[in-house]
Design a protein around this ligand. Structure first.
Ligand code: ADP
Length: 463
């Protein structure tokens, strides 16, 4: 197993910190501690757990600037977005601090006067989490907060690219009184730590956010111990612009969705389907706005598009753009790159492609970069068919002010998250998650605590 992880700044390639990777023994010990501390933590009353979560959230907000800077350093995310992510991360803790007090059971009317049936909820046990680098704070809190609120204990392995934000968030949690055995962080590479989590009999639930291939592997590896699994996997979001759409709004929201974190979120627009009658006008307006975006180091205050995370991500984006161009796509803007392989920093400038068709890789594979491929359609049914022709089903967007068209799209798009005239649909109080190969389960909302709960009923007889 690796003994250390070099955390570098993707904007400059500089080493930020060398983080010790945990040994197999240490990770197994952490799982054992998490398992043992469950007995105590699950008995702490819900109001007390809620209070501890509220204190944690307060600490996170008090340290917002410091956490955001750390996040930008290790992920490359523009500082404004990192500041926003700290608030977003804290909003999950706030939400589940409240939901902790609302884990209700029920009574069921029985078939006999001498019986009673009572249904109750209890925490599933020790939860193991694996998180990605694109939201180093929010992906952690949207799992840890409902788990702790439900009475579960929690061990997390953050992405090797961005462990520092998670380590800091956990320190703050411990400072507020959340016991160190209840909320733990272990570090290492996914392929090494993953099997220790999935093989462990101490772990009752595995929650993962990351790529679909790794998610599938984790589901398979969880079968021997029949773990509960929650999977937040890849996406390939379509954005449909109907003939009647408010084009200025559509352009503004396309940009909001596409360029967030340099296009590296699982709900970023991955393909634009625009009605053929308005396609030229949309493309022109979009290009005029995209031109204004400032690319640079995320620590500079006016940066809007930072670097992409690493060489692998960079190469994938370039290969998708080249494949589209080879197959007939036209570059409307961009296709410009700045990279330094030796130093390890990679920038992709915003790019717009038109005349894109379904034979191009970019129309099927998740891009995770600031590239907008535009294709056109004639009928709403055709737009839905193209939009749904993907194994993914995470987020979809459409723009229309015609309620009939909107209702048609809403009802026919096979995606868990729909943005109707809205390019930024995420919120701690809404159930985020995907259909098909985009995942299992929901995070956020009242749904987001359910995956951490078991249902138990008692039938009392002979009354
Ligand atoms: P990405 O390609 O965006 O980095 P991954 O799915 O590879 O997405 O990574 C997301 C998280 O999954 C990271 O924490 C990473 O360490 C972890 N990971 C990667 N490979 C494995 C694996 N084989 N088993 C368990 N976790 C893994």
């Amino acid at each position: 197993m690796a003994t250390s992880i070099n955390v570098t700044n993707p904007a400059t390639g500089e080493l930020i910190q060398e983080v010790k990777a945990n040994t197999e023994t240490e990770i197994n010990q952490a799982l054992k501690k998490g398992y043992e501390s469950f007995q105590k933590w699950s008995k702490v009353n819900a109001h007390e757990r809620s209070r501890l979560l509220q204190d944690w959230s307060r600490k996170v907000k008090e340290n917002k600037e410091e956490i955001a800077e750390l996040m930008t350093l290790e992920s490359g995310k523009p500082i404004k977005e990192s500041l926003g992510e700290v608030d977003y991360a804290a909003s999950y803790i706030d939400w589940y601090a409240e939901e902790a007090k609302r884990v209700y059971g029920r009574t069921v009317p029985t078939h006999s006067e001498s019986k009673r049936i009572i249904v109750s909820k209890q925490p599933v046990g020790l939860v193991a989490a694996i998180t990605p680098w694109n939201f180093p704070a929010a992906m952690m809190t949207r799992k840890a907060a409902p788990a702790l609120a439900a009475g579960c204990t929690f061990v997390i392995k953050p992405a090797e690219e961005t462990p520092l934000t998670t380590i800091r968030l956990i320190e703050l949690a411990h400072e507020t009184g959340i016991p160190s055995d209840v909320l733990q962080c272990v570090n290492g590479f996914g392929s090494e730590v993953g099997p220790l989590f999935t093989d462990s009999e101490y772990v009752r639930k595995l929650t993962f956010t990351g790529s679909t291939p790794v998610g599938k592997l984790l589901i398979k590896n969880s079968t021997d111990t029949v773990k509960h699994v929650s999977m937040e996997l890849g996406g390939h979001a379509p954005l449909i612009i109907a003939e009647d759409a408010d084009l200025n709004l559509a352009v503004e929201q396309t940009i909001a969705s596409k360029f967030r974190n340099a296009g590296q979120t699982c709900i970023c627009v991955n393909r634009v389907l625009v009605h053929e009658r308005i396609a030229e006008e949309y493309a022109e307006k979009l290009t005029n706005e995209v031109r204004k975006l400032k690319v640079g180091d995320g620590l500079e205050k006016d940066t809007q598009v930072g670097p992409v995370i690493n060489e692998q991500g960079f190469d994938k984006i370039v290969s998708q753009v080249n494949d589209a161009i080879d197959k007939g796509a036209e570059v409307l803007y961009g296709n410009h790159y700045q990279s330094n392989k030796e130093r390890g920093c990679f920038f992709v400038h915003p790019t717009i492609l038109k005349n894109v068709d379904v034979n191009m890789k970019i129309m099927h594979e998740e891009t995770f970069g600031p590239v907008i491929p535009i294709t056109t359609y004639q009928e709403n049914e055709q737009a839905v068919t193209i939009a749904n022709s993907t194994p993914f089903g995470l987020a979809a967007y459409f723009f229309t002010n015609d309620y009939r068209v909107g209702t048609f799209f809403h009802e026919h798009l096979d995606f868990g998250i729909i943005g109707w005239n809205d390019g930024a649909p995420s919120a701690a109080h809404a159930p985020f998650g995907g259909m098909k190969e985009s995942g299992l389960g929901r995070e956020g909302g009242s749904e987001g605590i359910e995956p951490y709960l078991e249902t138990k009923y008692v039938s009392i007889g002979n009354l």
